[in-house]
Ligand binder design. Structure first.
Ligand code: 3EB
Length: 346
């Protein structure tokens, strides 16, 4: 007999207004120009990012748990956790010692994981102000390259291998900060997923930067114990085949290629190759965030995405620079995956 349940343990929603109470709220990301530092707002972590929403009102991204949540500050990092997931966010102001400052911020975040006991980082968002602009130090790379180098060094220092890296987004922000937020988990069953259409980002050749970006194309946190849903975090995905940008200057084809990349990533064939018994399509995604570089492309991208995505997907379209100058769009997603013996009601 199928067990009927209403809600997954971890939920992502895009809403017009922030929640009015902290009940079950792990974190709230607001879109705009990111002038405010992270805070505890009504008891939940509130993190403005310098990535404006294309909807005039501006929506917020809410990560919610079905469990009891405890929140707090760790230095300047704001966090909340529920026993399964830890949400944490913070930002650093760009300064002359950018690499060292970034490393320190990441190390403080790892300290919090150690202290609260969430050993696996499942998903990280890195919003890097002026991502394709000049690096802080006299290095032969842009800001993104400098960021990747700092991140790679911290991961190495922490002993993270390619089996431990998170799904990620690395995107431009419209301010002079690097804002980081992430979800870490106590689950020991985290599967890193790669995409057969792309080489692993951590193997990108040196032409893209001195250290390759350390992230997996997706992570899958298996359902375990009493949790009835697995969680699938899809990294920021772009119009990249192998390691090359394709369809330079062509927003329609970049958008279609990006969606095809995600479709292949979540396909039954690819998931089964990673030992996951699930088969998904673009219609199954709960939440999709679409980063668009040029405001004049928003309508084109929206049309292509809404035709490809299903009615259950919540989608926000935001404006951001992508980490390579020749990329015009990047798409990420999240979905909870019900165990096969679970029947869901919406
Ligand atoms: C790419 O596939 C596009 O540096 O954390 C996507 C997701 C991208 C994450 C990151 C970068 C990052 O390489 C860019």
């Amino acid at each position: 007999m199928p067990v009927t349940t209403t809600l997954p343990d971890l939920i992502c929603r895009f809403q017009d207004d922030p929640p009015s109470t902290s009940n079950g709220v792990l974190g709230v990301i607001s879109h705009g120009y990111g002038s405010e530092p992270p805070s505890l707002h009504n008891g939940f972590p509130a993190l403005p990012i310098a990535v404006p929403d294309t909807a005039a009102t501006g929506r917020v991204e809410v990560w919610r748990s079905s469990r009891d949540v405890v929140s707090g500050f760790h230095d300047e990092l704001v966090y909340a956790h529920d026993g399964r997931y830890l949400f944490c966010g913070g930002r650093i102001r760009h300064d002359a010692a950018y690499a060292a400052t970034t490393k320190n911020a990441y190390l403080r975040a790892f300290e919090l994981l150690d202290r609260l006991g969430y050993p696996e980082i499942a998903r990280v968002w890195n919003i890097v102000g002026g991502i394709t602009g000049q690096a802080a130090e006299q290095v032969a790379t842009d800001r993104y390259g400098e960021f990747c180098q700092a991140r790679a060094q911290v991961f190495k220092q922490r002993g993270l291998t390619v089996k431990d890296i998170p799904a990620a987004t690395g995107i431009g922000g419209h301010d002079d900060h690097t804002t980081i937020y992430f979800l870490a988990t106590r689950s020991r069953e985290v599967i890193r997923i790669e995409n057969p259409r792309q080489i692993p980002a951590y193997e990108y050749p040196e032409r893209y930067g001195p250290e390759a970006p350390c992230f997996a194309r997706a992570t899958y946190v298996a359902a375990e114990g009493d949790s009835r849903f697995a969680d699938l975090f899809i990294s920021g995905t772009a119009s990249i085949l192998g390691h090359r940008t394709v369809h330079e200057g062509d927003i329609e084809r970049q958008t279609r290629t990006t969606l095809e990349n995600i479709a292949e990533l979540v396909s039954g064939k690819n998931l089964r190759n990673h030992g996951i018994d699930a088969e998904l399509t673009l219609h199954d995604l709960d939440c999709v965030k679409v980063y668009i570089k040029r405001p004049q492309d928003v309508e084109t991208v929206r049309q292509i995405c809404s035709a490809a995505l299903g009615p259950k997907s919540e989608v926000v379209y935001v404006i951001a620079d992508i980490c390579r100058e020749d990329l015009l769009v990047e798409i990420e997603g999240f979905t909870s995956v019900a165990r096969p013996d679970i029947e869901t009601v919406n």
